[in-house]
Write a protein that binds this ligand. Sequence first.
Ligand code: HAM
Length: 417
Amino acid sequence: MNISKPKGTKDIFFDEINVWQYVEENIIKVCKEFNIGEIRTPVFESTALFKRSVGDSTDIVNKEMYTFEDKGFRSITLRPELTAGVVRAYIENGMSSLPSPLKFWYRGNMYRYERMQKGRYREFSQFGVEIIGSDSNLADIESISVAYALFKRIGLSSHIVISLNSIGCTKCRNIFIQALKEYIKPNLNKMCDTCKVRFEKNPMRMIDCKEKGCKDILAKAPVITDYLCEDCRVDFQGVQNMLKALDIPFVLDNTIVRGLDYYNKTVYEITSKDLGLSVGGGGRYDGLVSILGGVQTPAVGFAIGMDRVVILLQQLGLDKQISKKVDLYFAIIDKDAEVISRKITSKLREMGYVVDIDIQRRSFKAQLKYADKIKARYVCIIGKNEIKNNTCIIKNMEDGKQLEVKLEIDEIINRLL
Ligand code: HAM
């Protein structure tokens, strides 16, 4: 029986893993520069955590969660996102007593039972940042700045669009929802079945319906930004002014409402035209800490879909510059060279060079063929004569030129530069 991987998952290796590591290395660098600390939380949590935070009426909770009963009869869910887990950890570990605000970053696999397509998986990876404890819109700016800095660092800033909206506070949003429902009510029978359900359960989500008929009706619907209270209006204007001043490009889009229930005020979606997909999203979620049982604490954050970022880098051909090269391959012709070549290999590796060496006692021809296949820049050849003369031959694999040098680390390095 052939067992294959579950639908919606993938194996990542060879060239693709280099692209993942490139993104991950840049995440670590950027987060260090922003003084953001990493947090790691469990891959599975109590189901109630997601029901309460992401929201009972969302697609994620209703249709997409991997939920099961464990052997102790507890309802467990594989995390569909990580904001809830970070906030749970914040409360459970008494972090509200620590100097505020706290800034966390994470990277990990998430699980959503979604319909498979390119860029949409059932196991996928997110990089995210959560800033807990600041109600200033400067924290919104900081979070958007981290996301933008990462895209800039990996060469994608001109390939993404940050779409910004404000969904206000509960007070102004409720007034807007009232107006939206009044506008939609006479046309409700013409809307799709999902919108009919959302009309009762989660009216805001009707706004980003992708059905043509619903879109037509919604084109003239009231927009949330016209209903913002003074506080939310000033806050949102401040975010826009600061982004402009910092040269972080964005567009305003009042259809951005996000698919999770915990948001308020500024929300955003980061999309890629080349992929036709969202590569990230986030916003403010001032109510979540208290919803999950902590003291009222404002917070803001985002998550980026790493699988989609990797696909984008590949699609744009930017992955070609990323692939890691082998600096040197040691081809050993004579058994007596095995120890000395391994000693030199260790030294070069300690110095940060990527060095590979024969581990099969293959023929010289086979070793050269292999060195060519792994795209080694140089091959170091040591045979009987070279041992006798305390030398080695360095072959440039690009132009085929060979040079005999002393079997000394400095001499070999000089050839690699
Ligand atoms: P989200 O919009 O649900 O937000 O997910 C963020 C990103 O994860 C998406 O923009 C997308 O790139 C990626 N993503 C989502 N589902 C899939 C999938 N099935 N396959 C591949 N990639 C996917 C959140 O998860 C929030 N927790 C973000 C946040 C953090 N808000 C505040 N803090």
